[in-house]
Every structure is written in structure tokens, then in C-alpha cells.
Design a binder for this molecule. Structure first.
Ligand SMILES: [Zn+2]
Length: 481
């Protein structure tokens, strides 16, 4: 909580009046039903515009992730209202439509809001969202979506666009939002463009037509594989609007705020390795873990300060090291040194290790004895320390293995790692003449670096059926106590 308050004070800097933190009110829409979803009213206590940000209208788009992060922001005047997971069952099941809606005509939530001819919203969820929208009287509505790119074969793709009410097309602030969206676009095919008139039945169109609200649908493009970058585009758009309205107090890289009993996990998500959505789901569903995707640039700018644990997934250890860059690698080292946890799996385990050949972090005191062994299901025998730490009674585990490190000794002068499990099988590269024996070498190890705890696995417990509990134990163990 302290850091949260301090962040606001810092963001306000030398502005004349010291603002007190906003009050945050949570309104549950459709409370007590399977569609129940929270709406946060972040109130500065000062007069000013009301901005409503909506995510998760379509559950298979990452707008909900950005909106959830924006819900951690503060404002210095007016109110920021955030409904991060409009179609919450869809967000949990990664479906565009409402999964439990029996009437097929009502499944697309963003077609159920009032139109010119029909004043009544359709279905209980749209009715609750519409009632909340009318109650907060937004001056601006930003509905965060993701679309497919406009291609020769898919000319109706709305990816990389801002869809605004027609009279808004000439507003200077709208071109400002477009600039914000394009700030981090490097692929010219993904440059944002303006489109007119949100579709009839959408919340944005209803709010524009019936409430006179400045309504925008912001569509990032799904052909960009970095979810962390897409959510950042959404944040940049919303943040630019808040700045233009003189409401911004923090952001755009504020992702979370501290909550008692919640471990905040930064998931590495960049071209060196994307955390899989299925792994993100496992962590999110644990209940005590909150995850956000971060890329190399965000790490360089200091987002790890908001987290307890850094998770480096499979992918390419060298790729991750390269994407982090020298500065980013130093930020991760400092994070762990200062007490942050590190969980590395496969590529993420390489990244933590020592290497004379590759620019790894060197925070785990283990060298790399061999690489690129191949792919198999391996047997790992747990040590007593391993069984205890991982909360596991079994002596042996079968774990998916995919080119993870074969570890060798670290530096004699540094504290030794603790071995939680050793390989009991060999995976042979067929094209090798010299063989390093894998059986008997560590498969799962822990170490410390400064104040921080590191736990690394060469094989993949996070993607092996039946090992979810072990994976969650790893993450919880790494968190600062
Ligand atoms: Zn959508």
C-alpha cells in the first residue's frame, strides 16, 4: 500500500497541491450470478471528466488484461471508471461470445446494447452494463478490443484502428490518441488508422448515440504476437486521453497495486519467449497469484518494482538475454538481489545460469554442461529437500523435457545451489560424437542471489499434466517472505 501512495506522490511531482489517493469503489454487476463482474470507480474527489474504460467485451481478446492494469491507476481530477472483464465467463474461457448464453442471437455481448430502433438492452448482462454506464455518465468511453488485420483476404479486418463516432473524426484529441497508439508500432502494416461509427448494438455506439458520450473502440492487431505489447498499446491510448483531459496521475506502465496476501508475478513476454496463455491461466486460477506480461522494454523502464516474482518461460535463453539487453539484464539482477524471486523454466533456466559463451544473467550458481539434447518425457528423482519444497510425496516424477540445460558446476567462491531433483534418464542428441551424461545431473535447483530466491527447472513441470501443484509451489517459494 505504501508504494502505491508513494507512486502517486512521485507522479504528481511538484504540482502545487498534494493530492490524496483516490477512493476506489467496487460495484459488482450481475452480482450473485455466473456473469458477476466488478466495475471499479476510481474517484479523485475533484470535479472533472468521467472516463469509462471497458475490457473483455470479447473474452478471447486481451483488452481485459490492459483494462485490469488501468484499474490500478489513479487520477488527479474527475473519475476513472473501469469495467475490465465485461464478459467475464468469456474471459475465463477465452471465448469471444458469452459461453453460457443459450440464446444464440444474444451471445455476442457487444451487439446487445440499445440501438436507434430498440431502446432496451438485450440480456441481463448488457442491461447491467448499460445501467452502470448511464449511472456514471461518462464524458468518454474507451472500449478495448483486438481485431484481425486488414488483409487482401480479409478486407473487413479492424485490427490496428480506432473506431470513433463520426462527429469525432475531426477532434484534435482523436488524432492525439492515434499518435499514442502508433508510438510503439514498428511494423508499418500495423499502424493504427481511424474508422468511423462503432457497429450498431455495441456499447460504444449506444453511449455515443444515446448519451452523447465521446465513444471510441480501440482495436489492436492480433497478428502482433506480443500480448505485452498489445496491452501496452491499449494503456498508451487510455493514458494519452487522461493526459489530454489533465486527469493522469500515474501510468502508463503502472500495472498493479499491492494487495495483502497476493503474490504479483511478472511474466516475461517477448520475442525471446512468450509465456503461454495456459501457463498464465494456471497462475491466475491459483487465487493468490496475480500475473502481468512484461517485455524487455518495460523491464528496462522499471516495471519489476511492482512485482514479487519474475517468471522466465521456455523459448530461447539467448533470445531472452538479447531482448532484455544489457540494461534489462542488470535490472533483473538488481531485482533478485534486492529480494525479488526468480522462476526459470527451460530457456528461463538457461537465462539465470552462468555462461562464458552467452550473456546470461549468472544469478544461479550453475554452469551449462550441455545444450540441445532433444525432446522427451524424462524421469526426475526428487531429493528429500525437493519433496519438501515442492510439497510432493512421490520420489520420481515424469516431466516433459525440451532441450533444457544440463547443468555443471558453478563457481566455487559463490554459495552452492540446492538440488531438488536429478535426471534419471538420458536424452541423446543423435548427431553428437561426444556425449555429456545427463542422468544423475540436476534437473531442478534453487539458489540465492543477494536477498532473492531463484528456482529453476530444466524440464517443464508447468506444461506436464498433473504437476500444476508443483509448479505453483515453485512460484510461491520464490516470492519474498
Ligand atoms: Zn472485440
Amino acid at each position: 500500500m505504501m508504494r502505491w501512495v508513494m507512486a502517486v506522490v512521485l507522479a504528481l511531482g511538484c504540482r502545487a497541491l498534494a493530492a490524496s489517493p483516490c477512493t476506489i469503489q467496487t460495484n459488482w454487476l450481475c452480482a450473485g450470478t455466473p456473469q458477476a463482474t466488478p466495475c471499479y470507480v476510481i474517484d479523485s474527489g475533484r470535479t472533472g471528466p468521467v472516463v469509462l474504460v471497458v475490457g473483455g467485451m470479447h473474452g478471447d481478446e486481451a483488452g481485459w488484461a490492459a483494462a485490469g492494469q488501468i484499474a490500478a491507476w489513479q487520477v488527479r481530477r474527475g473519475k476513472l471508471v473501469v469495467l475490465p472483464q465485461a464478459n467475464r465467463p468469456g474471459v475465463f474461457q477465452h471465448t469471444r461470445l458469452q459461453p453460457a448464453e443459450s440464446n444464440a442471437a444474444l451471445r455476442d455481448l457487444n451487439r446487445n446494447f440499445p440501438t436507434k430502433t430498440n431502446a432496451a438492452p438485450r440480456g441481463a448482462l448488457a442491461a447491467a452494463i448499460w445501467a452502470q454506464t448511464k449511472a456514471v455518465k461518462p464524458d468518454w468511453l474507451l472500449d478495448l478490443h483486438e481485431g484481425y488485420p486488414k488483409l487482401a483476404t480479409r478486407t473487413n479486418g479492424v485490427g490496428s484502428s480506432l473506431i470513433v463516432m463520426t462527429p469525432m473524426l475531426t477532434l484534435p484529441v482523436v488524432s492525439n490518441l492515434l499518435d499514442a497508439a502508433n508510438t510503439i508500432v514498428t511494423n508499418t502494416a500495423q499502424r493504427f488508422r481511424l474508422l468511423r461509427q462503432p457497429i450498431a448494438g455495441s456499447l460504444a455506439r449506444a453511449a455515443g448515440d444515446r448519451l452523447g458520450c465521446h465513444a471510441v473502440i480501440a482495436e489492436t492487431s492480433r497478428d502482433n504476437p506480443n500480448i505485452s505489447e498489445r496491452t501496452r498499446q491499449h494503456r498508451l491510448i487510455v493514458h494519452r486521453l487522461l493526459r489530454k483531459l489533465e486527469m493522469d496521475a500515474n501510468g502508463p506502465d503502472v500495472l498493479t497495486r499491492r494487495q495483502p496476501g497476493v503474490i504479483r508475478v511478472a511474466l516475461y513476454d517477448d520475442s525471446g519467449g512468450h509465456t503461454r496463455v495456459s501457463v498464465e491461466d494456471k497462475l491466475d486460477r491459483a487465487g493468490d497469484l496475480e500475473t502481468h506480461r512484461v517485455d524487455g522494454g518495460m523491464i528496462e523502464r522499471g516495471v519489476l518494482e511492482q512485482f514479487d516474482v519474475f517468471f522466465a518461460p521456455g523459448g530461447s535463453g539467448s533470445g531472452q538475454a538479447r531482448e532484455l539487453g544489457e540494461k534489462g539484464r542488470e535490472v533483473v539482477r538488481k531485482f533478485v538481489q534486492g529480494g525479488g524471486g526468480y522462476v526459470g523454466i527451460c530457456a528461463g533456466a538457461y537465462l539465470a545460469s552462468r555462461s562464458t559463451k552467452r550473456p546470461y544473467l549468472g544469478i544461479l550458481n550453475a554452469g551449462i554442461a550441455d545444450v540441445d539434447r532433444g525432446r522427451d518425457v524424462v524421469t526426475v528423482e526428487l531429493t528429500e529437500a525437493g519433496r519438501k519444497l515442492l510439497g510432493c510425496t512421490e520420489r520420481e516424477l515424469k516431466i516433459n523435457y525440451h532441450n533444457g540445460p544440463v547443468w555443471g558446476p558453478g563457481q566455487k567462491s559463490a554459495p552452492a545451489c540446492e538440488v531438488l531433483g536429478v535426471f534419471r534418464t538420458e536424452v541423446f542428441p543423435t548427431n553428437r560424437t561426444t556425449r555429456v551424461t545427463m542422468s544423475g545431473t540436476p534437473a531442478l535447483i534453487t539458489g540465492t542471489y543477494g536477498q532473492g530466491r531463484i528456482i529453476c527447472s530444466s524440464p517443464h513441470p508447468e506444461s506436464t499434466a498433473g504437476l500444476d501443484a508443483i509448479f505453483l509451489h515453485m512460484v510461491r517459494w520464490a516470492a519474498p517472505k
